[in-house]
Ligand binder design. Structure first.
Ligand code: NAD
Ligand code: TYD
Length: 369
């Protein structure tokens, strides 16, 4: 897609989706990028290493909730677009403690959108007209579906996890800043992403690494929970379409049209690993004669585990002409290739950080702090 050269302030750009978005903007020479990222356990300079030294790219380590820093960066960089990826993003961690989720997803987004309003009010003419604040959110704000039906932009919010509740609060703040103050803000609510640079705590990269290492792959509950899987590069393209053609004040649902139970997803992933046995042999020391399916290990269910997510992508398709390019098979094949050839990245981001143990498995009891 084409956007004239613009300046993107990308929060959370050292994370999974933000990192892919930065790569798209820079590699396709769509614009200049300033990344603001706190570098939590989920954010890593290694994700952005190939852009270091590029005149179109600058990185600042900092918090979206740091009002003074945010104000200073807006004034220095004069962004045309602010794209807010920064968040605590893992449901299981929000079950263990919601502190950081409230701090970043709610309070941080509030500071960012509030400062964006002041910045936008100082713009004039075309700069003011074309400015956008785009907030990245999730389909999890809509809660859980039964066996049928789809989330649309009209589905009432009914978040079930501390993570999705904090995202819902941030969506409401962004929407309110448009309704109350006319800030040209848009929101997208997307389904489960997968692809390169995803921190190995989420199902696909965790299962992929465990399978390669011949370790058990934890499956929560009966494994029949359904997610709609979206290849991350398709998501990034959708965001660019919303920035270029979306209407201020509107929400766009983004999904991969790839509904699948967790068990079916894992079997598809294992087939991709088998298909790429030669690549695994060439790039790693891992044994390729593993019966991956035998690694499936049913473990107690996640508390509050949403049963099914499914997205009606009709609005973004009709109004902005966006549809996903990848299906699960092609997207997973690319993802497997990327991880097998980037095991150094995995080791670097996991080191002293996360040992792939189960998180958020138990309901909190009174004696827990
Ligand atoms: P991620 O956890 O991989 O990355 C989050 C990034 O935000 C990290 O780089 C982290 O360092 C940074 N960050 C955290 N707190 C910050 C703060 N206070 N200030 C500045 N930076 C901070 O997350 P992701 O999977 O890339 O998700 C990006 C966005 O997309 C999130 O808002 C998430 O809710 C949303 N989302 C993700 C998915 C998915 O499947 N991953 C699906 C739907 C929506
Ligand atoms: P996850 O990747 O954490 O994304 P989300 O919770 O945002 O959907 O989980 C995807 C699905 O996989 C979800 O139904 C929980 C399940 N799951 C497992 O069965 N085992 C795991 O080890 C993980 C991390 C998730």
């Amino acid at each position: 897609m084409t956007l004239s050269i613009k300046k993107f302030l990308v929060t959370g750009g050292a994370g999974f989706i933000g990192g892919n978005f930065v790569a798209k903007v820079l590699s396709e020479e769509i614009g200049k990028v300033l990344v603001l990222d706190k570098l939590t356990y989920a954010g890593h300079r290694a994700t952005l290493r190939s852009w270091e030294g590029s005149p179109a790219y600058r990185f600042v380590q900092g918090d979206i909730g740091d009002r003074q820093l945010v104000q200073q960066l807006f004034q220095e960089f004069q962004p045309n677009y602010i794209v807010n990826f920064a968040a605590e993003s893992h449901v299981d961690r929000s079950i263990e403690s919601a502190d950081d989720f409230v701090e970043t997803n709610i309070v941080g987004t509030y500071v960012l959108v509030d400062e964006a309003l002041s910045y936008w009010q100082g713009l004039s003419g075309d700069e003011a007209r074309s400015f956008r604040f785009h907030h990245i959110s999730t389909d999890e704000v809509y809660g859980s579906l039964g066996a049928t039906g789809y989330f649309t932009e009209q589905t009432p919010y009914a978040p079930n996890s501390p993570y999705s509740a904090s995202k819902a609060a941030s969506d409401h703040l962004v929407r309110a800043y448009h309704r109350t103050h006319q800030l040209p803000a848009t929101i997208s609510n997307c389904s489960n992403n997968y692809g390169s640079y995803q921190f190995p705590e989420k199902l696909i990269p965790l299962a992929l690494l465990n399978a390669l290492e011949d370790k058990p792959v934890p499956v929560y509950g009966d494994g029949l929970n359904i997610r709609d899987w979206l290849y991350v590069e398709d998501h990034c393209e959708a965001i660019l379409q919303v920035l270029a053609h979306g209407q201020p004040g509107e929400t766009y649902n983004v999904g991969g049209r790839c509904e699948m139970t967790n068990l079916d997803l894992l079997h598809t992933l294992f087939q991709c690993l088998k298909d790429q046995a030669d690549l695994i042999r060439e790039h790693t020391d891992y044994c390729i004669d593993v019966d991956y399916a035998s690694l499936i290990n049913f473990v107690p269910d996640r508390p509050g585990h949403d049963r099914r997510y499914a997205i009606d992508t009709g609005k973004i398709q009709r109004e902005l002409g966006w549809t996903p390019r990848e299906n699960l098979r092609t997207g997973l094949a690319k993802t497997v290739t990327w991880y097998v050839t980037h095991l150094d990245w995995c080791r670097e981001v996991l080191k002293d950080n996360y040992d792939r143990r189960r998180l958020g498995s138990a309901k909190r009891t009174v004696s827990d702090p």
